[in-house]
Design a protein around this ligand. Structure first.
Ligand code: ADP
Ligand code: MG
Length: 202
């Protein structure tokens, strides 16, 4: 309903016979609606999702392999190869399996989309163990990000895609943090992006 209101006002604003005071009024209403939407979405993400999920012993390697299988056709669509460097044994973490799958999908999907303009697109995933943590690295040789984009990553409303869902990374960051994990980013425009994720082992 909020989105409908804003698009309704934007359509009115496009009418250039509108007097200045009406224009200002519609812009103010739209900005207020957007502000409200931000609050609604923040609350939804913070309260509704990651924390109330039942955490069970889950093999991250199994989930990763499964998700890659699902994403390979999407990679093919963009001419992007997906490869995985993996350990020989299961990697047990405490998580909700649907949730962790969704997180992996989000990262791989972004990595593939980032490669849509490069000729030899490649998404390389690596799973390994380091002390008490599982380490998941997702690397792509795609479009990359500048520092400003990198800093805005994971905040609501940041998307460089016209048809973006916008909430992908916001959700993913929340899930990983709720598991006690960390995320670090290393990205360079026109070179590629690497996400380094740690998740505590079970
Ligand atoms: P969406 O993909 O719907 O735009 P996301 O939350 O998944 O929303 O991502 C937000 C933004 O972060 C993307 O629009 C893109 O600009 C940037 N981004 C995410 N992952 C990558 C990546 N691997 N390479 C370059 N940019 C990325
Ligand atoms: Mg995305």
């Amino acid at each position: 309903m909020l989105i409908t209101a804003v698009s309704g006002f934007l359509k009115l604003i496009r009418n250039d016979t509108l007097p200045k005071n009406k224009l200002d009024e519609y812009i103010d209403i739209s900005l207020n609606e957007l502000k409200r939407m931000e609050v609604v979405i923040s609350n939804y993400l913070a309260i509704g999702k990651p924390h109330d999920k039942q955490k069970v012993r889950t093999d991250l390697l199994y989930q990763l392999q499964n998700t890659i299988d699902v994403m390979i056709p999407y990679g093919n669509m963009y001419n992007v190869q997906i490869e995985l460097i993996k350990p020989h044994a299961p990697v047990w973490i405490m998580a909700d399996s649907d949730e962790i799958k969704q997180v992996i999908v989000n990262f791989i999907k972004n990595a593939i989309e980032a490669c849509s303009e490069v000729l030899d697109g490649k998404v390389s995933l690596s799973l390994s163990l380091d002390g008490k943590d599982a380490i998941l690295i997702i690397n792509d040789n795609g479009i990359g990000m500048n520092k400003d984009q990198e800093n805005r990553l994971g905040t609501i409303y940041f998307s460089t895609k016209s048809n973006g869902t916008v909430l992908g990374l916001t959700f993913s960051f929340q899930v990983i943090r709720a598991l006690g994990g960390t995320i670090s980013i290393n990205s360079q425009p026109q070179v590629g992006t690497e996400f380094n994720i740690t998740i505590p082992l079970a």
